[in-house]
Design a protein. Structure first.
Length: 239
């Protein structure tokens, strides 16, 4: 869809994120907290290691990271978050997955429902759209004047990438979720920098949004991402 490529999304939303950095810190802090519930040693907990790396990339202060780890280990912990996944459809039947961390489902569910219904969408039942997505690692590398395309392609393949897509904007590297950190670390050791690197729900099929519905869809995404309980929003709108 026009103006909605993954590259434009990252650039546009980075500016919005810079304007609400406190909210970004809060979301990453919750992600660290949830990951650390499975163990506070990053060397033994890949999910925690990834969350801490994400915190460093977003310049989250060390004391914020430490508080999240302390809460997970029981030190001064009076919070109890759970992951809740909402599935639904946006304008023109676009599939949307909303990952939340919440301490109050009775607050979160109505907010998510309103974001959908006010913008031409509707919530679906569990499993209604998740079958259209696969959990994958995704790394984006921006193309510059100094980009060595052959080096990037070869390095990605040798590191264990599943798929590589080259475009005018740059390179999209897809990995199995279990291989993500290994591929990321090996590429970083080769001197490659990423615009974005994370484990995401990647769509296996796409839906085209008519131009007249694009603004409505963007409003729905903004409402969802502005919600304090929402961690990630994934969709299958064609780019």
């Amino acid at each position: 869809m026009a103006g909605h490529s993954k590259w434009n999304n990252i650039k546009n939303r980075k500016g919005a994120q810079d304007a609400k950095r406190g909210k970004i810190f809060q979301k990453i802090s919750r992600e660290i907290y949830m990951a650390a519930k499975q163990g506070v040693d990053p060397d033994m907990n890949p999910a925690l290691r990834l969350a801490i790396e994400k915190a460093k990339s977003a310049n989250v202060p060390n004391d914020v990271v430490k508080r999240a780890l302390d809460k997970a280990s029981g030190a001064g912990n009076d919070e109890n978050y759970e992951e809740v996944i909402y599935e639904g459809y946006g304008p023109n039947g676009v599939a949307v997955l909303v990952y939340c961390l919440t301490d109050n489902r009775n607050r979160t569910a109505p907010n998510i429902r309103v974001a959908f219904t006010r913008n031409g969408g509707n919530l679906g039942s569990s499993g209604s759209v998740s079958y259209m997505f696969d959990r994958k690692g995704r790394l984006l590398i921006e193309r510059t004047e100094d980009t060595d395309e052959d080096m990037i392609m070869l390095a990605a393949l040798e590191a264990g990438a599943e798929d590589i897509e080259s475009s005018e904007e740059g390179f999209e590297i897809i990995t199995e979720a279990a291989d993500f950190l290994q591929v990321k670390n090996e590429l970083e050791e080769s001197g490659i920098e990423f615009v974005s690197a994370d484990i995401e729900m990647v769509p296996s099929m796409h839906t085209v949004i008519p131009e007249e519905s694009e603004e409505q869809f963007e409003k729905m995404l903004d409402m969802l991402e502005d919600d304090d309980d929402v961690q990630n929003v994934y969709h299958n709108a064609a780019e």
